[in-house]
Design a protein around this ligand. Structure first.
Ligand SMILES: C[S@@+](CC[C@H](N)C(=O)[O-])C[C@H]1O[C@@H](n2cnc3c(N)ncnc32)[C@H](O)[C@@H]1O
Length: 368
C-alpha cells in the first residue's frame, strides 16, 4: 500500500516523468523484496494514466475576500524577521486604519505602512525593526485577540465541530456566544450555505462577539450567523420556529441543564448537543439532571482533549562551543553555529497545555 501511494505521489508531482520513475523504482524494489515487487508489477503505467484527474473550476472568490494585499479594517499578524532559534516573536495588530500607530517591541509601527502591502512583505518600525506581515489563521486569531470571557481554544473548538458532525447545509444553535471564538469555528464549518444562531444572555459579550466575527477574514462568515441577546430557553420559546429545526447545538455556559428542555424540542432526532464544561462536578450534574427530568438525550461520550506540542529545533551544545561566549536566547538562525556544537532539541514542549474543559456529547434519542 505504501508503495502504491509512493508511486501515486511521484506521479502527481512529476507527471511527465512518471513512467520512468515507476519503472526505476519497481526494479530497485524487486531486487530488495519479492513481495513488494509483486504489488508494484500490478501498477502498470496504463493504470497510472487513469489516475489523472481534472479539477473542477470553483466559483470565483469575491474580490473582497481575496486576501493578497492588506487594506483598511484587516487584522495583521506580525512576525519578527529575526528568526531566533527559540522561535520568532509574533504579534496581532489591527484593525488597520490610516493614521493609526501601534507601539510594539522595536518601535512604533504606522498602520499606513502596511495598507497596500502584500502578504509576507516586510514592514519596519520607526526604529528600523522589521517584521513580515501575514493574515492570521483562525487559530492564531482566537488565541491572540483581547478577550472579554474565557474563549474556547482551537483544540476544543475543532473537536466540537467534529462531534457535531457539521456540513455546509447544517442549521445549528450555540448558547454562550462569549467572545465569539467558538462561533467562528462553527460558522466556518457551515459556510457558505448553513446557518448558526448564536445566543448570549450578556449584551456586551454579544456585541464583542459580533465585532470579533466581522474583523476576522473581512467578515467572511458574518452572513452565516444570527445573534440573539437573552437567556437561551427564553429566546427559543419566544421564537416562532418549527420544532426539530437544529442539526446540532453547542453550549458553553455554567448550567446548561436548565436550558435543555427547550433546546431538545428544537433538535432533530439522532443529532447532537455538545456541552463544554470545565469541571467534572458540572458533568455529573448534567448527567443527573438529564436522568431525573427524563430528557430524551443519551450521553455518547465525555472527552478531555489533549494537545501536546513538541519542541523540535536546532540548538547549540554549550560545552562544544570552545571559548566563544554566547547567549542561546539571543542566538538567531542567521548566526553560524559551528558544526561541532550543533545539536537538536526534540521533546515535548516545556509550556504546559493544561486542562481546559470536558466535552460532553449528547444525542437526541426520542421524538419530542
Ligand atoms: C465562557 S463564555 C463563552 C465563551 C465562548 N464560547 C467563546 O468561545 O468565546 C460563557 C457565556 O455564556 C453566557 N451565558 C451564561 N448563561 C447563559 C444562558 N442561560 N443563556 C445564554 N447565555 C448564557 C455568558 O453571558 C457568557 O458570555
Amino acid at each position: 500500500m505504501n508503495y502504491y501511494l509512493f508511486l501515486r505521489y511521484r506521479f502527481t508531482s512529476f507527471s511527465t516523468i512518471s513512467t520512468i520513475t515507476c519503472r526505476a523504482f519497481s526494479e530497485i524494489t524487486s531486487q530488495k523484496n519479492g513481495l513488494r515487487a509483486k504489488v508494484l508489477k500490478k501498477v502498470s503505467s496504463k493504470d497510472l494514466t487513469s489516475e489523472v484527474v481534472t479539477l473542477p473550476s470553483l466559483p470565483q472568490i469575491p474580490q473582497k475576500y481575496n486576501r493578497a494585499q492588506f487594506e483598511e479594517g484587516d487584522m495583521v499578524l506580525l512576525r519578527d524577521t529575526q528568526k531566533r532559534i527559540k522561535g520568532s516573536r509574533v504579534f496581532l495588530i489591527g484593525p488597520l486604519k490610516i493614521g493609526n500607530k501601534k507601539e510594539i517591541p522595536g518601535g512604533i509601527l504606522d498602520h499606513s505602512n502596511i495598507i497596500g502591502k502584500s502578504v509576507r512583505d516586510i514592514v519596519k518600525t520607526n526604529k528600523d525593526k522589521s517584521y513580515t506581515i501575514h493574515f492570521p489563521t483562525l487559530d492564531e486569531y482566537v488565541v491572540m485577540i483581547p478577550r472579554l470571557m474565557t474563549p474556547i481554544y482551537p483544540k476544543d473548538a475543532n473537536t466540537i465541530v467534529a462531534l457535531l458532525d457539521l456540513h455546509p447545509y447544517s442549521q445549528i444553535m450555540e448558547a454562550g456566544t462569549g467572545n465569539g471564538s467558538l462561533t467562528l469555528y462553527l460558522a466556518r464549518s457551515l459556510y457558505p450555505t448553513g446557518h448558526l444562531h448564536s445566543i448570549d444572555i450578556n449584551r456586551d459579550a454579544s456585541f464583542k462577539a459580533r465585532e470579533n466575527v466581522t474583523r476576522f477574514s473581512r467578515g467572511l462568515y458574518s452572513n452565516c450567523i444570527s445573534f440573539s441577546i437573552g437567556q437561551c430557553s427564553k429566546i427559543l420559546d419566544s421564537m416562532d420556529i418549527t420544532p426539530s429545526i437544529y442539526d446540532g447545538v453547542a453550549l458553553d455556559m455554567p448550567e446548561p441543564w436548565n436550558e435543555l428542555p427547550s433546546i431538545v424540542q428544537r433538535l432533530k432526532i439522532d443529532r447532537y448537543i455538545v456541552c463544554y464544561l470545565p469541571n467534572m462536578t458540572q458533568v455529573l450534574e448534567l448527567i443527573k439532571q438529564i436522568k431525573y427530568y427524563k430528557i430524551a438525550l443519551a450521553t455518547e461520550q465525555v472527552l478531555e482533549i489533549q494537545w501536546r506540542p513538541w519542541d523540535v529545533r536546532a540548538t547549540v551544545i554549550r560545552d562544544r562551543m570552545g571559548d566563544e561566549s554566547f547567549s542561546v536566547k539571543q542566538l538567531t538562525l542567521n548566526d553560524e553555529i559551528p558544526n561541532q556544537a550543533l545539536g537538536h532539541i526534540c521533546r515535548p514542549s516545556h509550556e504546559p497545555t493544561g486542562h481546559t474543559a470536558f466535552l460532553v456529547q449528547l444525542k437526541k434519542i426520542l421524538h419530542t
